[in-house]
Design a protein around this ligand. Structure first.
Ligand SMILES: Nc1nc2c(ncn2[C@@H]2O[C@H](COP(=O)(O)OP(=O)(O)OP(=O)(O)O)[C@@H](O)[C@H]2O)c(=O)[nH]1
Ligand SMILES: [Mg+2]
Length: 202
């Protein structure tokens, strides 16, 4: 996908701060440190646009980006980097705000066209399963991305992807895209999935 522009719009805590203007939107969710921010940079061909950190729990607010592509339809849309869930070392008071903040966004954002759940290609945790179940109950298109596939050999990867499908109980209709934000493997496939979401929302 040719990216014409990609820019940071703003960080938000409260719904009152969410950008207006009705642009269609795609959101990235997943546990802390799974690679959401780096994947957004990889997708958008921009280093350092979304803040990446080796310390889990870096993204604690909703970060909105505006993207313009050279695609013939849905040229302009927004991408949202959601804070990662389930990181124990973050203060309880901070964690207590995360769930409601993410939930309010995913259930109350009219512009939302699809949700991309990121899981580690090396395997899912209970929290990933719960999140997928919960997302499945929303009337949103969902796709799953297995991140950091560069850390697996070909044969490990095949096994792991099958195990992830099984553990999440992923229906055939939901794509599971292997991705590496280091090599950018999976980028074309993920773009195709995103375009589908933008053009044919649930
Ligand atoms: N090898 C490898 N490392 C990755 C990949 N994606 C992310 N990482 C590393 O994983 C760490 C976390 O990446 P982030 O993109 O900041 O993760 P995040 O999901 O945004 O984390 P929070 O903001 O805390 O929710 C960083 O050290 C990245 O360099 C990948 O595809 N391959
Ligand atoms: Mg992040």
């Amino acid at each position: 996908m040719k990216i014409v522009t990609a820019e940071f719009i703003r960080s938000c805590h409260d719904p009152g701060q969410w950008p207006r203007g009705g642009l269609p939107e795609v959101a990235f969710v997943g546990r802390s440190n799974v690679g959401k921010s780096l994947l957004i940079n990889s997708l958008l061909h921009r280093k350092g646009l979304a803040k990446v950190s080796a310390t889990p729990g870096k993204t604690r607010i909703l970060n909105f980006f505006r993207v313009t592509t050279a695609a013939p339809v849905v040229k302009t849309f927004s991408v949202v980097d959601l804070p990662g869930y389930g990181y124990a070392k973050v203060a309880k008071s901070v964690r207590a705000r995360w769930g409601p903040m993410i939930e309010r966004y995913l259930t109350g954002r009219a512009e939302l066209r699809g949700v991309i759940l990121l899981v580690d290609a090396r395997g899912v945790e209970r929290h990933d399963q719960m999140t997928f179940e919960w997302l499945n109950g929303l009337k949103q298109r969902t796709a799953v991305v297995a991140t950091k596939v560069d850390k697996l050999t070909r044969s490990e990867r095949r096994k792991s992807l099958a195990a992830i499908r099984e553990a999440l109980g992923l229906p055939e209709a939901i794509p599971l895209v292997p991705y590496s934000s280091i090599t950018h493997e999976g980028r074309d496939e993920l773009w195709q999935t995103i375009r589908e979401m933008l053009q044919h929302p649930a």
